[in-house]
Design a binder for this molecule. Structure first.
Ligand code: 5AD
Length: 346
């Protein structure tokens, strides 16, 4: 089937199978990307308008018990400088963001056992008390169902846990044998069942990925129907086993963003920092392919440079929350309106 016909079927709400997704992802028809991106942008405009929702990102711990081969925070990286913010620092960081106008915060960190359920519950409660209108998103990896439940009861609204790849063999190329895709998927299903607005997602161009693994991701996402999907290019980090690997392409990332927008019209879809790192102006290209979320960095500048998932991560440019006016202007010039509202999934 031609890519044009696949696009028609997808727009009419069809579930595609793996080989159809792969054909889509590999399509080299002349002008196909323009057609795809404008279809995705049109759907985004219809559902959410030209608003880009800002989430204040708080990278609160760089300790991690995991050893994912792609990530600069992996346990085996002895060169990583580790830090963790205190409960007070985390709450203060959110309060500052709240004063700037942010109404949603993403607490992201490595899998750091210091942050027990009691500590997380206390932090979430304190943020909800100090920033009453804010939505709280947690992104701290795999935990027990009980832990997810306690955090939800404390007031957490959303949870981000990328599945990284939905292909079992590919998952084991990216992760040590102590980790499993089944476990990851079971966490995602638990989060959904507990009533979290849930985010999954994957890197593009990570070692071992192909049109077929990305097709598997699309089949998985069409089945899970997460409220949020985070997609960014893999970018090598110099202190990981993947240091010599090639980074994922911007073009492929944009294509995946557009496909996700068309498959899941109401999805909240960030133009990720990795996309902006891979190419100057990458975020705007992301919006033009259907993205509608941006995550400016609220992390205190003193520790920000230590949270390095990959090389050349931007630190204090137009992606930093203190430069919110710059961000607003950059987006306005491209035809988008920055919104600091909660931006719940519709
Ligand atoms: N390049 C791009 N993205 C990465 N992540 C981790 N390491 C890298 C890398 N080297 C992504 C993972 C993780 C998210 C927090 O960051 O997908 O889920």
């Amino acid at each position: 089937m031609s890519c044009g016909n696949l696009l028609k079927r997808l727009r009419s709400g069809a579930m595609l199978d793996k080989s159809e997704w792969a054909a889509f992802i590999d399509c080299d028809d002349e002008g196909f990307d323009e057609e795809l991106f404008s279809a995705a942008a049109e759907i985004r405009d219809r559902v959410y308008g030209r608003k880009v929702f800002a989430r204040g990102l708080v990278e609160f711990t760089s300790f991690c018990r995991n050893d994912c081969f792609y990530c600069g925070l992996r346990r085996s990286n002895k060169n990583a400088e580790r830090y963790r913010l205190s409960e007070n620092e985390i709450v203060e960081t959110c309060r500052n963001g709240y004063e700037t106008g942010f109404r949603t915060f993403v607490l992201q960190g490595g899998e750091d056992l210091h942050f027990t359920d009691d500590r997380m519950v206390s932090i979430i409660r304190a943020i909800k008390k100090n920033c009453p209108e804010a939505a709280v998103t947690i992104s701290i990896g795999e935990r027990s169902a009980e832990s997810y439940r306690l955090m939800k009861e404390a007031g957490a609204d959303r949870y981000l846990l990328r599945h990284e790849t939905a292909d079992h063999d590919h998952y084991s190329i990216l992760h040590p044998s102590s980790m499993s895709l089944d476990k990851r998927i079971s966490c995602l299903r638990t989060l959904k069942a507990l009533g979290y607005q849930t985010g999954a997602g994957m890197m593009t161009g990570s070692p071992g990925s192909s049109a077929l693994t990305l097709a598997e991701d699309m089949v998985f996402l069409q089945d899970l129907r997460p409220e949020m999907v985070g997609i960014g290019p893999f970018i090598p980090h110099h202190d990981t086993p993947f240091r010599e690997m090639k980074r994922g392409s911007v073009a492929l990332t944009l294509r995946m963003l557009a496909l996700v927008r068309i498959a899941l019209p109401r999805v909240l879809l960030p133009a990720t920092t990795a996309l902006g790192t891979a190419e100057e102006g990458g975020e705007i290209k992301g919006f033009n392919a259907g993205a509608n979320v941006v995550m400016p960095n609220l992390t205190p500048v003193s520790v920000r440079k230590k949270y390095l998932l990959y090389d050349n991560k931007k630190i204090t440019g137009a992606e930093a929350a203190e430069n919110i006016d710059l961000i607003r202007e950059k987006f306005r010039a491209a035809g988008y309106e920055l919104s600091l509202s909660r931006g719940d999934a519709l």
